[in-house]
Design a protein around this ligand. Structure first.
Ligand SMILES: [Zn+2]
Length: 250
């Protein structure tokens, strides 16, 4: 799950704030029982993390590459179009007004009564505090890096994942193999601006359960602009799957 999905999750789960956890289950190896009977003080997202704050500690959930969750809040299933998976959850909570099951995620406790203060929101692309100038300077420090690798750098664009980077590079007609040194400052600025705009759009689509039908290049086979075949291959140091049109993305 990418940043906008986590930002939306924190919003969808907000009715759980102030509620007590009635039961905790799951196959996690960490001491999840410690959350039993605890009241949820706050829920927030940062990049690809979802954080549940309790009185004197917090739980950080990282959904990794294939993580997902399902939740029913006030009798409403809030995760409509997420893939349904019949598996044992890593962690599940039952509360008075609903329940949540989290799958394929990494859990870690943060020993703080104000975990939010431990995070730098100037690098969280969903945050109002995200600093685009700081991002531009940070990207510029890697002239030999591929743009597609840098967009996935969670210390610069925390929250950007593989869907977002592929779609943004297509929309900006930039090949994922382009090196930073080969991009002008104004083009780089444009890509960064587009990324910030796209995450907001991603959030809006996700909220309406129409995200997937708006993908133009991610997991597609034909370019919607020129109708040529889309290339699918792993690129860059990060070796993540790129989808691009060699005709439209130079
Ligand atoms: Zn094309």
């Amino acid at each position: 799950m990418e940043g906008p999905s986590l930002f939306l999750a924190a919003e969808q789960l907000s009715p759980f704030i102030g509620k007590k956890i009635l039961s905790v289950t799951g196959n996690s190896k960490i001491e999840i029982e410690r959350m039993n009977s605890k009241k949820i003080i706050n829920i927030f997202s940062w990049g690809k993390h979802l954080v549940f704050q309790f009185d004197n500690f917090a739980l950080r959930v990282h959904f990794m590459l294939f993580g997902s969750f399902e939740a029913t809040v006030d009798n409403k299933l809030v995760t409509g179009d997420y893939p349904k998976k019949q598996r044992i959850p890593r962690l599940a909570f039952v509360l008075k007004n609903g329940h949540i099951e989290m799958y394929s995620c990494s859990l870690r406790f943060i020993e703080s009564s104000h975990a939010m203060e431990e995070y730098d929101f100037t690098i969280d692309i969903m945050s109002l505090h995200w600093d685009s100038k700081k991002a531009l300077l940070a990207v510029h420090e890697h002239p030999e890096g591929d743009i597609s690798d840098l967009l996935l750098d969670q210390t610069i664009f925390s929250g950007v994942g593989n869907i977002i980077r592929n779609e943004v590079l297509f929309l900006e007609s930039i090949s994922p193999l382009t090196k930073i040194k080969d991009l002008s400052l104004s083009k780089l600025r444009k890509i960064i601006k587009k990324t910030q705009k796209y995450v907001v759009q991603f959030y809006e689509w996700r909220k309406l359960f129409v995200l997937r039908k708006h993908f133009q290049i991610y997991r597609k086979s034909t370019c919607p602009k020129c109708l040529q075949k889309i290339v699918k291959k792993k690129t860059g140091q990060r070796d993540r799957m790129s989808y691009f049109c060699p005709n439209c993305q130079k």
